[in-house]
Ligand binder design. Sequence first.
Ligand code: ADP
Ligand code: MG
Length: 394
Amino acid sequence: MPAPLPRLEDLPDLRGARVLVRAELNAPLEQGRVSDDLRITTTIPTIEWLRERGAAVALAAHLGRPKGEVRGEFSLAPVAERLGALLGTEVPLAPSATGAATAALVASLGEGEVLMLENLRFDPGEEGNDPAFAANLVAPFDLYVNEAFGASHRAHASIVGPPRVLPSAAGLLLRREVEVLGGLLDAPERPFVAVLGGSKVSDKLGVIDALLERCDTILVGGAMAFTFLAAQGHPVGDSLLEADRVEDCRRLLATGRVEVPVDVVIAQEIAEDADHEVVGAGAIPDGWKGLDVGPETAAIFADRIATARTVLWNGPMGVFEVAPFAGGTLTVAEAVAECPGFTVIGGGDSAAAVRRMGLASSIDHVSTGGGASLELLELGDLPGLAALRLGRDA
Ligand code: ADP
Ligand code: MG
């Protein structure tokens, strides 16, 4: 791992300071209200840490994909409202992320007060990493905190711009994410078992390569298992297959440390009431698709997990959103929750699965960043972290 990140404790003169906090508040909405406030609650310790020391806090965040246009359905108003309720204080919403009206609101903030800036992605300068947008964004502020781990793999203006200009630090959650995920790369206790699933093997080849250098065994489930099964010469029916990755999978299998399913749950369609059955991994008929690992595979994976000292899990074992195909993910989730070793979950859908199953509190660390956690494991660093480390030397 590269040098440590600047910490909140290292920020100068907090009392009366105006702090721009880039947060990950991309919460799901239903009928204009926040339906899952995990991303808001996990940001609160850093906000409170700053408020307790007399800082005024303005939160900058994105919501959805407004693609550089002001679109009401992507307003952060519902997030500001929920944050205010959780903090027990008023959190007004500035009309935009930059501009004179916003600067005036920031200037009027008193010690401990909190303001939310409107969606960064209403301005094309955010995703375009436009220096002029970054300059306007930081103008009213004295300090910058990056608490947006889940966005730190993107070289967007609010992530990489402010540290060049303002004294900056990593938020508490960002620091924890980097300590935990970086620790997996540096000095994991062995045996170290990685469980990988989810949709696309092409998304995860890089991380498999990086993990193979550190871990003892990689257990593969999810849709990506079928490209591995094809690499073993099995027919996969209508299962998801990335034909151009079969060769990569063959190379990974040759290490002898990648384990693939021995049985699978198959169906002809993805539906709650679909006819489904369990077959051997080499016996998927034409016209059927593999949608979950079978019970024998799930039991083998659970055994491997039970004796591991370190477990990293990314990606569900099947289409867990649909009941007949949730069994493998449930068995693996229970095994990870019961494992006495150090357990980490990275990946948006796997984290959601564990929360839905009520098992999140039995896991040592559930990462808040899907793509960011994979990229950190693969590359050992992220643009947003590098920007914090370089600071105003950049
Ligand atoms: P994560 O967000 O945890 O990294 P991914 O985004 O890579 O996971 O993949 C999650 C998706 O993969 C889920 O929506 C799930 O339904 C899907 N999936 C898992 N197994 C299969 C399968 N066998 N066939 C089709 N889709 C699958
Ligand atoms: Mg996902």
